[in-house]
Design a protein around this ligand. Structure first.
Ligand code: DQA
Length: 167
């Protein structure tokens, strides 16, 4: 579970957008959800682009089966993160607390989405839990071998909308 820049401030940062749950509380929810599903999860946060790139690159070697990534503002412009996601074999699920498609114009474009397995956006802390469920479903469904010429993992996109909930 990789949290990008400014997500260390969850709880106090723009609570009308991101809610009042702190990062420590969110990580606890994530770990509990994973435990109930028999998954092991490690939660990390960094404000540094290169650190996130390093973690993505080393994830498979470290024994992880997938990555849930909230790239924060890097979502919208980090080609380095995009290339890191595209370079690794592990499935990466992009998640966002807020519905980035219902916010400012500059948030509507993700440079990560096209290379992630899918995007979950707009369900608050649930976005992360849905991300875990998505990785679990992928692990269950992954065919042993892809039909010739076909990717076993077509990239999908799933978005939600919390505009109503925020008024
Ligand atoms: C965010 C959305 C981004 O646009 C923003 O820069 C963030 C948080 C979210 O989780 O809703 O830092 O990724």
């Amino acid at each position: 579970m990789l949290h990008g820049p400014n997500l260390n401030l969850l709880g106090s940062r723009e609570p009308s957008v991101y809610g009042r749950v702190t990062l420590a509380q969110l990580d606890r929810l994530i770990r509990e959800h994973a435990r109930r599903r028999g998954m092991r999860v490690e939660c990390r946060q960094s404000n540094v682009e290169g650190q996130l790139v390093d973690w993505l690159q080393s994830a498979e070697g470290a024994g992880f089966g997938g990555v849930i990534l909230n790239p924060g503002a890097y979502t919208h412009y980090s080609i380095a993160l995009r290339d890191a996601v595209a370079s690794i074999k592990l499935p990466v699920v992009e998640v966002h607390l807020s519905n980035v498609h219902g916010r400012e114009e500059f948030r509507r474009h993700s440079v990560i989405a096209a290379v992630a397995r899918g995007q979950i956006s707009g369900f608050g802390t649930q976005s992360y839990l849905l991300g875990l469920d998505a990785l679990a479903a992928l692990a269950r469904a992954r065919p042993l071998r892809a039909p010739v010429g076909e990717s076993p993992h077509p990239r999908r996109r799933l978005t939600g909308d919390v505009r109503g909930a925020r008024g």
